[in-house]
Design a protein around this ligand. Structure first.
Ligand code: TXA
Ligand code: MG
Length: 332
């Protein structure tokens, strides 16, 4: 396995595709977050992802393909899948569909369904193309972080997380979207939103001409839907803007160093303050990098201002909520 951050070049892409074909892992950029990729048709390679991430074996992976033709190889296609993929692929949308018999069991986490996505980042597309030319059919890739932790949105984050265990990391700069793909389940009943993400629910509903339903109890597992996920190591509290000053004073009085991320600068001093932006897309773009920065700040507690309770903020609010539940303790 060849470790380290590798600048993007045609040669690097060829080498990364060779690594994948040989059953090795490659971390690569997508427009959402960096993925930790393996040949989805190779059970041993897929097992390496689970080992490296420390991810439970029953949490399925997303298989990345070039286009709808590639997706049909893995799943039973439907009219709704066709219309969504035609509109939003390549892009930050994952479709859960009934899997074909030949789809690798390991990539599906033993489920009867499979998650498929065609990523839009030029380097992911180039890598998938080079992999395809070598006979590869799909690249299984979760976010390239240890299980339960903050997702990586640049190559250095991947190296920070995986350290000496890191495989080749293709460097594509900072991810444009910064939040994971939106996951829509088309495998059972009406289309259901399993995870809000980089593509808005309203855009999907417009194209489908119907509302997405909430997943019921029998819906497939999504590890991003665990109460605690995307978590920094420092305890984190979400606090309404008007309550930040009082909370900061109370924590400081107890001798705690506090880092604050809020729209308005707090009245009293804190260990670190970062200004929160008012635009949900921009906020989502920088969310994980900011969480990592705050986590590194040596603060004893992070205070983050709650975001507006509006549809455009749904994915950001989802990630912040889970980060707060998981912060400061090992991921469950
Ligand atoms: O943007 C993204 O989706 C990134 C990039 C790398 O593509 N990937 C990503 O993967 O976020 P991961 O593994 O961190 O999250 C994928 C989620 C998991 O919560 C998993 O449980 C769910 O997708 N998932 C995958 N296949 C599924 C299936 N067959 N049924 C239900 N959920 C599934
Ligand atoms: Mg993840």
């Amino acid at each position: 396995m060849s470790a380290g951050i590798t600048p993007a070049s045609p040669q690097a892409i060829e080498r990364a595709a060779d690594e994948l074909i040989q059953g090795n892992l490659v971390a690569f950029p997508t427009e959402t977050v960096y993925g930790l990729g393996a040949d989805a048709a190779d059970p041993l390679a897929v097992a390496r992802i689970y080992r490296l991430k420390g991810r439970p074996a029953d949490h399925p992976l997303i298989v990345h393909v070039l286009d709808t033709d590639g997706a049909r190889d893995w799943a039973h296609w439907s009219d709704q899948a066709e219309v969504l993929a035609k509109t939003f692929w390549p892009g930050p949308l994952t479709l859960i569909l009934k899997r074909r018999e030949q789809a690798c069991d390991a990539a599906c986490g033993g489920q009867p369904t499979i998650g498929l996505r065609a990523p839009a980042h030029p380097l992911s597309i180039a890598l998938l193309r080079a992999f395809h030319q070598r006979g590869g059919r799909g690249v299984a890739a979760p976010s390239a972080n240890r299980f339960g932790r903050v997702s990586p949105t640049c190559a250095q984050h991947v190296l920070d997380d995986l350290g000496d265990d890191a495989p080749m990391i293709l460097d594509g700069g900072a991810c444009e979207v910064g939040l994971e793909s939106t996951i829509v389940d088309l495998s059972r009943g009406g289309p259901a939103l399993l995870r809000p993400g980089g593509l808005s629910q309203a855009d999907i509903e417009d194209v489908l001409g119907q509302a997405l339903v909430q997943p019921d109890r029998a819906a497939p597992r999504v590890s991003g839907s665990l109460a605690a996920h995307y978590a920094p190591r420092t305890p984190l509290e979400l606090v309404r803007g008007e309550a930040i000053d009082a909370r900061l004073s109370a924590l400081s009085a107890r001798g705690m160093k506090v880092a604050v991320w809020s729209r308005r600068r707090p009245e009293s001093s804190c260990a670190l303050w970062r200004a929160a932006c008012a635009d949900p897309v921009e906020f989502g773009h920088s969310l994980y990098a900011r969480l990592r920065e705050l986590d590194r700040s040596a603060a004893d507690c992070l205070l983050i201002e709650t975001v507006p309770d509006e549809p455009d903020w749904r994915a950001v609010a989802d990630r912040l909520g889970r980060a707060a539940v998981g912060a400061g303790r090992p991921p469950s």
